[in-house]
Design a protein around this ligand. Structure first.
Ligand code: ADP
Ligand code: NI
Length: 213
């Protein structure tokens, strides 16, 4: 297994070599390490968790034309490294609700899936999560902050379409909600600390912004 995981790792690394959307190799590597750490505390098959974490973004349909293509891509990649059909089916099952849009509203059915989702969500919060958020916004052409652009749930669809979005709004729309969406106690504990840091970061951000008025 170790050797096959190493081969899969090199393949994933290569997939994200030029990414600047916050899905670079270090993101996957952190999610993999965090997922293994959580699985050690919470139970769950360590190797399945590690492999699922490694492929969770490669299998994401946003990096492929369709979900079917995403599955095909991962299937043929893993097959080449010697994973059996059953192993590939199992790992795709684990990531299906993490990676595919269609599964976004359903919680993962397996413990390993819940762990990988927790690890992925943990990487969106705290100091690194903040950095990823600003990188993503910059890459998309969004502003860092604009007091006139309200979070999505406080605007009409039309207003939202015209105004665009900001990195700071993403905190309110998503990042500050993630701590209550964790599945495991281990992730909840890590999330609580990162959440407090984001709140204090936002406070400081608003203080500095206001102080120059
Ligand atoms: P995932 O890692 O689960 O695939 P996404 O693709 O939604 O997550 O997001 C990747 C990173 O970019 C995350 O850190 C996320 O918080 C951030 N991000 C996603 N959408 C936005 C946005 N509209 N503005 C700022 N940051 C965003
Ligand atoms: Ni991810």
């Amino acid at each position: 297994m170790k050797q096959r995981i190493a081969a899969a790792e090199a393949w994933v690394k290569d997939f994200f070599v030029n990414d600047s959307t916050g899905h670079d190799w270090p993101h996957t590597d952190r999610v993999r390490k965090q997922a293994v750490h959580i699985a050690e505390k919470e139970g769950g098959d360590l190797e399945l968790t590690e492999l699922a974490a490694l492929i969770h973004d490669v299998a994401d349909d946003k990096f492929h034309e369709t979900e079917t293509e995403a599955i095909h891509y991962v299937h043929s990649g893993l097959e080449e490294f010697g994973f059996s059909n059953k192993e590939i089916r199992d790992v795709l099952n684990v990531v299906s609700t993490v990676s595919f849009k269609g599964g976004n509203n359903h919680p993962p059915q397996s413990l390993e899936g819940r762990i990988v989702q927790d690890a992925d969500r943990l990487d969106a919060i705290g100091a690194i999560g903040i950095a990823r958020c600003f990188m993503f916004a910059g890459n998309k052409g969004d502003k860092m902050y604009d007091p006139d652009i309200l979070p999505r749930d406080q605007m009409t669809k039309e207003e939202y379409r015209c105004s665009g979005n900001t990195a700071i709004n993403h905190f309110h729309e998503k990042l500050l909600k993630l701590k209550d969406m964790m599945h495991t106690d281990t992730a909840r504990r890590i999330a609580a600390e990162r959440h407090r840091f984001m709140e204090s970061y936002l406070q400081q951000f608003y203080n500095e912004w206001e102080s120059l008025k």
